[in-house]
Design a protein around this ligand. Structure first.
Ligand code: NDP
Length: 447
């Protein structure tokens, strides 16, 4: 088995040798899905996984824009249309200086499995630009988004490809992108998700990724007759996912003691309650400030510069910032401090070795493609509401989100339960996601 997986990875490396994040994501899937494929005649010998690692289409383009001083700047834009076997491409746009082909291909590949797990008819894609929104004025952001969409609009559409937000792309950016698309196409469609409430957005969409991550943690804890109530929780990040993971964990009775950004983390032993979270939301979403300003407002908290939160004691960890932010050393520290559950809000925040450490210790571990799927699932619900030209209530959307997270949890159990009863959520999510896409690809022929 090992040599078959190694042979497959060698073939993938020939074409993508320098794309380390993409190879990391493929390796994780290959290790769990290839042993399954080998036992199933319908998949064996059809090179389905080999077809899935090659994007159906990868577009790169120039994004020129003019900054506030009148200087002409140039960034690189991307859209990876990875797989459309079960529906139109769907996945976020990331604006961050680290964006490159490897990062977006890993995200697009993960997205294919994640979207399949949601049970909704969505293929996988991802895009973005190596543009840094930090420190830019609203006008600069608008000009950048308009230039980005001046090319992207040719490649997307409500039945072709429906982008959403990701790191650096929130409500403000979606608004500017949507305005530009509408002007170029002269039509009002559901082509982007994460829209504002008065122009086609869905209630609960901003909350969905963070809420879903906590719902998933709760489902995992329930399998051990436990719950998040009363638990001490570490959250990393302070953006969209981190904010709403903190909110839901607190609502369910947990104490969240950390949040972070790329400059360091804050630790508040008393817990980040609803009032303190309001302060963080205003700081990050409106004032666009840094997390360390938290300690000016709440001096009993501490700020630890340049570090991630994983050295602090906790029962539950929710990594909600970025890829590879939790390595093997962090995993060992978390385990030594008694952590029993890790639910990933971000995409691939734990390294391959860290995941292996969690598995060896048999703690509850959920990969982002399962635990953070609530965001894209609710984007799918936004698309349904746009097609119906209706708005569902907050309760309706939240109940559908809870149901979808519970269904994903059950799919992971179906394909991930070991003989000793331990649930390998990585294997469960990868196989469950694979089966639906593979079946559709086989039915549609070699295309
Ligand atoms: P935001 O841009 O709202 O927030 C990102 C947060 O992560 C910020 O606090 C940011 O800090 C921090 N961060 C980003 N890069 C780094 C880095 N290299 N090192 C340390 N901290 C970093 O993004 P989201 O909350 O939307 O996304 C967070 C994660 O969740 C990503 O992995 C994303 O792919 C994933 N995700 C998001 C979904 C969504 O619906 N938004 C859906 C599913 C997954 P700083 O401000 O300093 O950069």
């Amino acid at each position: 088995m090992k040599s078959i997986i190694e042979g497959f990875m060698e073939e993938v490396k020939v074409r993508n040798g320098h794309e380390t994040e993409f190879l990391q994501a493929v390796q994780e899937v290959a290790e769990t899905v290839i042993p399954y494929i080998i036992t199933k005649d319908i998949y064996y010998g059809k090179n389905v996984l080999l077809r899935m690692v090659e994007p159906e289409r990868a577009i790169t383009f120039r994004v020129p824009w003019i900054d506030d001083t009148g200087e002409i700047r140039v960034n690189r834009g991307y859209r990876i249309q990875m797989n459309s076997a079960i529906g139109p491409y769907k996945g976020g746009l990331r604006f961050h200086p680290t964006v490159n082909m490897s990062i977006l291909k890993f995200l697009a590949f993960e997205q294919v499995f994640k979207n399949s797990l949601t049970t909704l008819p969505m293929g996988g894609g991802k895009g973005g630009a190596d543009f840094d929104p930090k420190g830019k004025s609203d006008n600069e952001i608008m000009r950048f988004c308009q230039s980005f969409m001046a090319e992207l609009y040719r490649h997307i559409g409500p039945n072709t490809d429906i982008p959403a937000g990701d790191i650096g792309v929130g409500g403000r950016e979606i608004g500017f992108l949507y305005g530009a698309y509408k002007k170029l196409r002269n039509e009002f469609t559901g082509v982007l998700t994460g829209k504002g409430m008065s122009w086609g957005g869905s209630l609960i969409r901003p909350e969905a990724t963070g809420y879903g991550t906590v719902y998933f943690a709760e489902s995992m804890l329930n399998t051990r007759d436990d719950s998040i109530n009363g638990k001490t929780v570490l959250v990393s990040g302070s953006g969209n996912v981190a904010q709403y993971a903190t909110e839901k964990a607190t609502q369910l009775g947990a104490k969240v003691v950390t949040m972070s950004d790329s400059s360091g983390y804050i630790f508040d032993a008393d817990g980040i309650d609803a009032e303190k979270l309001d302060f963080v939301m205003d700081l990050k979403n409106i004032k666009r400030g840094r997390i360390k300003e938290y300690i000016k407002k709440y001096p009993s908290a501490k700020f630890v510069e340049g570090k991630t939160p994983w050295n602090e004691k906790c029962d539950v960890a929710l990594p909600c910032a970025t890829q590879n932010e939790l390595d093997s050393e962090d995993a060992k520290t978390l385990l030594a401090h008694g952590c029993i559950c890790v639910s990933e809000g971000a995409n691939m925040p734990s390294t391959h070795q860290a995941i292996s450490d969690f598995h060896k210790a048999k703690i509850l571990f959920a990969p982002g493609k399962a635990s953070n799927a609530g965001g894209v699932a609710t984007s799918g619900l936004e698309m349904s509401q746009n097609s119906l030209r209706m708005n569902w209530t907050r309760e309706e959307v939240d109940n559908k989100l809870k149901q979808i997270m519970s269904d994903i949890h059950n799919s992971c159990i179906q394909y991930g339960k070991d003989e000793d009863g331990y649930i390998d959520y990585v294997r469960g999510a990868n196989i469950a996601g694979f089966v639906k896409v593979a079946d559709a690809m086989l039915a549609q022929g070699v295309v």
